[in-house]
Design a protein around this ligand. Structure first.
Ligand code: HEC
Length: 104
């Protein structure tokens, strides 16, 4: 069941070539990478009420990727996310975005 949700979140086409090239996504790696966002965005992307940080859980994967790409390119000005988003490869961001998209 969990795998099915992952498959749905990851989709089966498009930009996934980078992630799927080495085989199915490593779910532990995805979780560990996503955990690096927890300090500010809450455990599993569920932000603490009143913290002022955006929750990431349950956000559509493509939406998350677009926001992260905009931070990376500088299209969206930020205080910190422009630096954080540049610390990950595209494939790592895909894993992170898929992980949060699969959280409800
Ligand atoms: C040190 C705190 C911190 C960490 C760690 C952090 N973020 Fe952020 N995040 C922010 C802040 C602050 C903003 C608001 C934009 C800005 O000023 O940088 C933000 C905004 C965002 C947004 C846009 C939210 C929206 O809907 O407008 C996304 C998406 C996001 N972060 C994803 C991530 C992901 C994915 C990670 C982990 C790889 C992460 N963040 C790690 C602080 C953090």
């Amino acid at each position: 069941m969990k795998l099915l949700r992952w498959a749905a979140a990851l989709g089966l086409a498009g930009t996934l070539g980078t992630v799927w090239a080495a085989g199915p996504p490593d779910l532990n790696l995805a979780r560990n990478l996503a955990a690096t966002c927890a300090n500010c965005h809450g455990t599993d992307g569920r932000s603490v009420a009143g913290s002022g940080s955006a929750g990431l859980a349950g956000t559509d994967k493509d939406t998350l990727m677009q926001k992260l790409r905009d931070f990376r390119s500088g299209a969206r000005p930020a205080t910190i996310m422009h630096q954080i988003s540049r610390g990950y490869t595209e494939a790592q961001l895909e894993l992170i975005a898929a992980y949060f998209a699969a959280r409800k």
